[in-house]
Write a protein that binds this ligand. Structure first.
Ligand code: GLU
Length: 424
């Protein structure tokens, strides 16, 4: 395929914040354009003003920006034929609808204009996902193209725009297969060449019904606010409809663009599995440099933490968090003294021993570790139990970052105070 001719589009309607399944279509359109060095366009399909939800346009832009799926042409400026926001293009559609009427493929009905679908024959096309599709024309309604108030419908506006914006590949949800005969008819009547087209299968919830709010389907912005990284979301969405090696490789957008193949989008519906998203997020967090993680974690911290302290803590916890919003509770014990724990006679013995060791000991990792281990050994105590008692008293939890490193960050005075508190 020629490098310059590929132009793809993502064409959301601002009728709410797109959920994550919808964003997958945007990712695929973006990757296809990148793969061929083409252009990715964002078109706002807002002709149905009654369904427009204020604020959703901004959210659409925000999602694209967060994921790095930035359109190559500014939707506000658009191109040769005006902006890529359909309400600002209304006069453009009139001319074409008149032409369709003049050609006898559209007709007036109660003030509206409808497409005239043939009663015989089939609409047939090669779908990049499903292969050959044939739909009997008689099963397709005469859809409205222009409403009696002069407002174009999706069928008219989207097709005129796909042509004028020189879209080479339409990538959209499988629910639009039933509309494709109407779209083919419009293109054919106007003497235009129909683009390549791929209808991407559904995204299903774990119960195998179409993913919806009921399954907790969220927008990318909600995932962002929970501490999912854009890298992980893109990676996760990529595999929801695409197979590569063992489907767990960490891929950047540039990697995905190389691998993406519009002829190999999976035919079967994809199942939304939050565990997979968690897997990618954990893996991507691990991969971030400490400096990068530091900046990304800041908005999630309720504690005021100085950069240099955070720089010391992050390497200890980086491999343990799945989402950025988990960090705060994980590091609380560094700053807030935990409640005293319930102690038995035995654990009190351990803590009293540790206290006397730590009071006089050099405050380095090696010195602390060997002194404590030696002391436990001398008394014939189980080392695991000994350190667990210490861990609980210092952190208030059984599962924590490495203990000695944490003690060094917390500081000797505070550690001694915590031990004493548990012995009181
Ligand atoms: N505006 C439609 C939607 O939001 C896009 C359909 C298409 O891509 O042709 O689903």
């Amino acid at each position: 395929m020629s490098q310059t001719t590929v132009r793809t589009r993502y064409a959301p309607s601002p009728t709410g914040i797109p959920h994550i399944g919808n964003t997958r279509t945007a990712l695929y359109a973006f990757l296809l354009a990148r793969k061929y060095g083409g252009k990715f366009i964002l078109r706002i399909e807002d002709t149905d003003q009654k369904r427009t939800v204020p604020g959703s346009l901004e959210k659409i832009y925000e999602i694209q920006k967060f994921l790095g799926l930035t359109p190559d042409e500014d939707p506000q400026k658009g191109g040769l034929f005006g902006p890529y926001i359909q309400t600002q293009r209304r006069q453009i559609y009139q001319k074409y609808v008149q032409e369709l009427v003049a050609k006898g493929v559209a007709y007036e009905d109660e003030g509206a204009i409808r497409i005239k679908m043939p009663k015989e024959g089939y609409a047939t096309w090669h779908d990049l996902v499903a292969g050959k599709i044939s739909i009997p024309n008689k099963e397709v309604d005469d859809k409205v193209l222009l409403k009696s108030d002069g407002v174009p419908t999706y069928h008219l506006a989207a097709m005129i725009d796909d042509h004028l914006m020189e879209i080479s590949h339409i990538i959209r949800g499988v629910e639009y297969i039933v509309s494709t005969p109407v779209h083919l008819k419009i293109y054919e009547a106007l003497g235009w060449e129909f683009p390549h087209i791929a209808h991407v299968p559904l995204l299903l919830g774990p119960d195998r019904t179409k993913l919806s709010k009921r399954h907790g389907a969220k927008s990318v912005l909600e995932y962002r606010d929970e501490g999912y990284l854009p890298e992980a979301i893109n990676n996760f969405l990529f595999y929801l409809g695409f197979s590569y090696q063992d489907n767990s490789a960490l891929l950047s957008l540039a990697d995905m663009a190389k691998i993406f193949d519009e002829n190999k989008i999976q035919k079967q519906n994809a199942i939304f599995d939050i565990q997979k998203l968690n897997h990618f997020n954990k893996a991507w967090i691990k991969r971030l440099s400490d400096e990068d993680l530091l900046e990304r974690i800041k908005p999630f911290l309720k504690h005021q933490v100085a950069d240099d302290t955070l720089t010391k803590i992050l390497p200890l916890v980086k491999e343990r968090i799945t989402k950025l919003d988990e960090l705060d509770q994980f590091i609380t014990f560094f700053f807030d003294r935990p409640e005293p724990q319930v102690q038995t006679d035995q654990t009190k013995k351990y803590l009293a021993d540790a206290l006397s060791v730590l009071e006089k000991n050099a405050w380095t990792k090696e010195a602390i570790e060997s002194a404590l281990a030696n002391s436990a050994n001398e008394k014939g105590w189980n080392r695991g139990d000994y350190f667990m008692a210490l861990r609980l008293a210092i952190t208030g939890s059984r599962v924590t970052p490495p203990l000695t490193e944490s003690m060094l960050i917390i500081g000797q005075d505070e550690i001694l105070a915590r031990l004493k508190q548990n012995l009181a």
